[in-house]
Design a binder for this molecule. Structure first.
Ligand code: PGA
Length: 251
């Protein structure tokens, strides 16, 4: 299966900075990568990114994604962005259930499952994030937590679960410079893989990404694990040289 390297810009960027970053990516991607590449950008920049893409053949290889989506289709939900809106802006992906949304916006497993459903209804591939906190890991609860988070999404989405991308992002590794060892990450990925296998006979096509301080130096070892099918990259996706090195490691 093709690996997927997805950048999560989080709440970073500006019109000028985005243009610079994409120009540098275009330069590095003149030779089309053999892995899939995506950038998940703040909603106000989706149009800008699509415009820049349309002007650069090298950026054709870069899919665009959102970072969150409403669980509702439309209506009186001030501040929310619907899956239909993301679709209109040609989003191929949307991140759902990122730990920063679970933590700072009190997103529950049920809400994450609804958001996944809303994205799938528009034909957008949700990148569903799961992961344990440091306290949960220290308490030996990693497996229980990620399985509970994924189970909610499976429960709500039934056989459509084969259309999602899963991202395992240990919360303690996000933005901290601490990465799960390739073996520890693989162990959790294997648990998730088994859970997906029990849910659908199409589980073989589901990509499971690793996220959490993946960088140019550690990407190759993580991506070499049998159940790690790509990466969700935060900080390192904001620096073209680093992001390109991760893409190269996945090729
Ligand atoms: P990080 O973020 O690579 O900066 O740790 C990953 C993520 O939160 O998706």
């Amino acid at each position: 299966m093709k690996k997927l390297i997805a950048g999560n810009w989080k709440m970073n960027g500006s019109l000028a900075a985005n243009e610079e970053l994409l120009a540098a990516l275009a330069k590095g991607l003149e030779q089309r990568p053999s892995c899939e590449v995506a950038v998940c950008v703040p909603a106000p920049y989706l149009m800008q990114i699509q415009t820049l893409k349309s002007k650069s053949p090298a950026l054709a290889a870069v899919a665009v994604g959102g970072q969150d989506v409403s669980g509702h289709a439309a209506g009186a939900y001030t501040g929310e962005v619907s899956a239909a809106m993301l679709k209109e802006l040609n989003c191929r992906f949307v991140i759902v259930g990122h730990s920063e949304r679970r933590q700072y916006h009190a997103e529950t497993d049920a809400l994450v499952a609804d958001k996944t459903k809303a994205a799938l209804a528009e034909g957008i591939t949700p990148i569903v994030c799961v992961g344990e906190t440091l306290a949960e890991r220290d308490a030996g609860r990693t497996e229980e937590v990620v399985k509970r988070q994924l189970a909610a999404v499976i429960h709500t989405n039934g056989h459509c679960i084969s259309e999602v991308v899963v991202a395992y992002e240990p919360v303690w590794a996000i933005g901290t410079g601490k990465t799960a060892s390739p073996e520890d990450a693989q162990a959790v990925h294997a648990v998730l893989r088994a859970q997906l296998k029990a849910a659908t006979d199409q589980s073989g096509r589901i990509k499971i990404l690793y996220g959490g301080s993946m960088n140019a130096a550690n990407a190759a070892a993580l991506l070499a694990q049998p159940d790690i099918n790509g990466g969700l990259i935060g900080g390192a996706s904001l620096k073209a040289a680093d992001f390109l090195k991760i893409i190269a490691a996945a090729n």
